[in-house]
Ligand binder design. Structure first.
Ligand SMILES: Cc1cc2nc3c(=O)[nH]c(=O)nc-3n(C[C@H](O)[C@H](O)[C@H](O)COP(=O)(O)OP(=O)(O)OC[C@H]3O[C@@H](n4cnc5c(N)ncnc54)[C@H](O)[C@@H]3O)c2cc1C
Length: 446
């Protein structure tokens, strides 16, 4: 085990840009003001600017410093908790519409990467929801059947096919999501930021927005000035509770990741895994693993943290770092003690029904929002940004209806904190049991 945890505040995928944009230092006006410079805010800004709108984007730190520059880089059509649960909760018609939305999000993001020539190491390898114990065979087989019946492009992979594909032996069966793959999220969001600047979006960085005030023209207020615009877009995802509105729509959860040192060519060869599929496990709180273009493995998740009052839990989390390193060593014993180069983490925005919230708020109504991507926003936030942009331009995106529903909010504190703690503990107990069963099975096979 690595005793000390080498830690990076943002992530190894991204650095502060070489062309920092100025902070807002005076009042200004625009057609649209966007709050938040991740995939959602930047995509919305590009859509609007490309149609000729004057767009100001305000970003607390630098565009890409949030989850968009920190995530694990699985471009995935995953939606909700899983499709059997989504079917139970929402019925067949809505669940099928959600599958179409999630597929469209992956396709849109692939097209966006292509159209904007973003070099982000994208590999259309697909992703596998992998079982780690024989008990996962039945549940994953069933999940694959349900997903296929809803129109998802998935396929059950039995043990033999997992081995044929060279998937590391700890993963004993799986559901292959054929659409999507993995990318370098930092390169992706930096490319989206560059496209926004090229398009002529007026980006202000180091500019936290304190409030978004209603009016026939909406006002976004910051320390250095205010922006008055016909429309505002809230694209702050996990950070939304820090604004003056929509504070209970999204709960921020802290997720930790790691990246190894580069593997030797011999170790990579021995590993197999030549299809380079992204992997997430069938745990309640999943583990994720993927190869990178620079010969390392990145992974983690497994442990999530919620902090009272939806404040952001701190980044350095030795307990989570220990847990994700231990899980990695257990899943990849063939790699021996390959060193972990760095740990980091970020915040995902969780909604109560685990679906993104996209809509319009405000007395006028001119405050648009796209938040709560539940850890699946690489594709979905990118598409939702485009949807919001089009809505302001007067067009409804064909997939927008899939997300229309009565929006639920998290209960007030202390209920939220107590509830989050209980759910988290219950899921951790289920996962700990699975991990004990896996260890026991491994011992008895020796
Ligand atoms: C560790 C981790 C792993 C993940 N792995 C995956 C994955 O493999 N696949 C996947 O699909 N998704 C993954 N996700 C989720 C995905 O990264 C997000 O859903 C997606 O990036 C959300 O994009 P966004 O634009 O909505 O939010 P963000 O990228 O978080 O952007 C919001 C921006 O708003 C800014 N902001 C916040 N408050 C203010 C304010 N008051 N004023 C101005 N600016 C403000 C923030 O600084 C931030 O830049 C992961 C997330 C994390 C944290």
């Amino acid at each position: 085990m690595t005793e000390r945890h080498p830690f990076i505040e943002t992530s190894p995928w991204i650095e502060a840009p070489a062309d920092p944009q100025p902070a807002l230092d005076r009042d200004t006006s625009a057609d649209v003001v966007v709050v938040g410079g991740g995939y959602a805010g930047l995509s919305a800004a590009i859509t609007l600017r490309s149609a000729g709108a004057d767009v100001v984007l305000l970003e607390r730190d630098f565009a890409g410093s949030g989850a968009s520059g920190r995530n694990a880089g699985h471009l995935t059509p995953t939606i909700g908790k899983d499709l059997p649960t989504t079917l139970r909760l929402f019925g067949r018609e809505r669940a099928s519409a959600l599958v179409r939305f999630a597929d469209a999000a992956v396709e849109h993001t692939e097209d966006f990467i292509e159209k904007n020539q973003i070099a982000c190491d994208y590999q259309a390898s697909g992703n596998i929801v992998a079982g780690v114990h024989p008990k996962h065979v039945r549940s994953l087989e069933k999940a694959a059947g349900t997903a296929a019946s809803l129109g998802a492009a998935v396929r059950y992979l039995p043990l033999a096919e997992m081995r044929e594909r060279g998937i590391p032996p700890a993963f004993v069966c799986g559901v292959l999501e054929e659409r999507g793959g993995t990318l370098n999220p930092g390169k992706f969001v930096s490319g989206v930021r560059a496209a926004a600047l090229r398009a002529g979006v007026r980006v202000f960085e180091q500019t936290p927005v304190a409030s978004v005030e209603d009016g026939a023209r909406v006002t976004a207020r910051c320390a250095g000035g205010a922006v008055v615009a016909d429309h505002a877009i809230i694209a702050t995802n996990a950070y939304t509770a820090g604004l003056d509105r929509m504070r209970r729509n999204v709960a921020p959860l802290r997720v930790s990741l790691f990246e190894t040192e580069p593997l030797s060519p011999a170790a990579l060869d021995a590993l197999g895994w030549s299809g380079r599929e992204g992997i997430y496990t069938a745990h309640e709180a999943l583990e994720n693993y993927r190869l990178t273009a620079h010969g390392t493995i990145s992974g983690g998740s497994k442990v999530v943290r919620y902090r009272y009052g939806s404040r952001l839990p701190p980044g350095r989390d030795p307990g989570a770092f220990r847990a994700i390193e231990r899980a990695f060593r257990e899943r990849f014993p063939e790699l021996g003690d390959v060193a972990i180069a760095t740990f980091w983490g970020g915040w995902i925005g969780l909604t109560i029904d685990l679906l993104p919230q996209v809509g319009v708020d405000g007395a006028h109504p001119n405050v648009h929002y796209g938040i709560g991507f539940n850890g699946h926003g690489v594709a979905q936030a990118t598409l939702v940004g485009e949807m919001i942009g089009r809505r302001i331009l007067g067009e409804e995106h064909p997939q927008a209806g899939a997300l229309a529903r009565r929006l639920l909010r998290w209960p007030p504190e202390p209920l939220r904190w107590v509830g989050a703690g209980l759910i988290n503990r219950a899921l951790a107990l289920v996962d700990a049991r699975t991990d004990r069963q896996v260890r026991k099975q491994r011992e008895s096979a020796r």
